[in-house]
Design a binder for this molecule. Sequence first.
Ligand SMILES: *[C@@H]1O[C@H](CO)[C@@H](O)[C@H](O)[C@H]1NC(C)=O
Ligand SMILES: *[C@@H]1O[C@H](CO)[C@@H](O)[C@H](O)[C@H]1NC(C)=O
Length: 328
Amino acid sequence: MPRRRKPLLLLGVSVLALAWPASCADPVLFPVAKDAATSLYTIPVRDGANHVIDLAGPLLWSTCASDHLPAKFSCGDPVCKLANAYRPPGCREAGQPCKQQCKAYPYNPITGQCAAASLIHTRLVANTTDGKNPLRQVSVRAVAACAPRKLLASLPRDAAGVAGLAASGLALPAQVAASQRVASKFMLCLPRRDEGVAIFGGGPLFLLPESAIGDFTYTTLLSKRGSSSYYLPVKAIAVGKARVPLPRDALATGGVVLGTTAPYTALRADVYRPLVDAFGKALTREWNNTRRVAAVAPFELCYDSKTLPGPTRIGWLVPDIDLVLEGG
Ligand SMILES: *[C@@H]1O[C@H](CO)[C@@H](O)[C@H](O)[C@H]1NC(C)=O
Ligand SMILES: *[C@@H]1O[C@H](CO)[C@@H](O)[C@H](O)[C@H]1NC(C)=O
């Protein structure tokens, strides 16, 4: 692993709501599924074809039919500026001066590949919702990038592209907000298998017949110059309610990034080691007959489940790992 200061965490979140000022039209719902083979989340936008959800992605991109007609966006067009507001990491082609027709640079968040692509006008079919039931079908105008097929490497077999959910002009939230005149906010409820939803334009969302999601705990999301990712203000990490001693500034602003494309939380080595040590100690302090077993990659600290407390409906009764956020 390079020793460069990398963002610390990639968090798989289960429910995430991002808010801007409110408006009036009905929110727009897309179903969300999880691909069993890759653990990636998908959303059926553009002719019902699945697109991988990338919380940090600034574009909507798909492969296009060979006879598609690219939209003619000039270099000075505001849409062209939005398409190039973020340069994908490691994308050498991006950043070349725009000559005649605008190019976008779609990015595969799994392989890190990118490619130059033209932009097209498209329509996304979805239902509006009152939080319980679909209300009516709508056709959402959007601008998408047309990527070459090779950019689909390592994505689920049925995926035709990537749907970016970043806070940028050509990501899905802003495009749905502009087309449907709904609020610029979205709710993402990630499924274990296939009952998830993405709702653009606000809530409510009723997960159970009688209960609206309302009792959220909120925290501020942060952004970082030149990056389209959402960052979390994590102040400390606790194991079994005790703070894990970490190097100074290990969690400094912009150190913790939210993501939907890694199946586990990933930690930088200087945070991983103290956390794993604290967890092992806290577990044996509470349950002194747990038995360690050989590591199972990619994990290192593994236990014989027969010696662990639980499981219960909500999981194993092992020490909690809490991310302590700004504001408590
Ligand atoms: C809209 O809702 C109807 C009724 O539940 C459903 O059959 C249809 O597939 C939905 N359309 C989309 C695009 O999700
Ligand atoms: C393990 O815990 C039990 C009760 O929780 C205690 O009676 C026993 O002495 C402990 N054993 C060791 C080796 O600490």
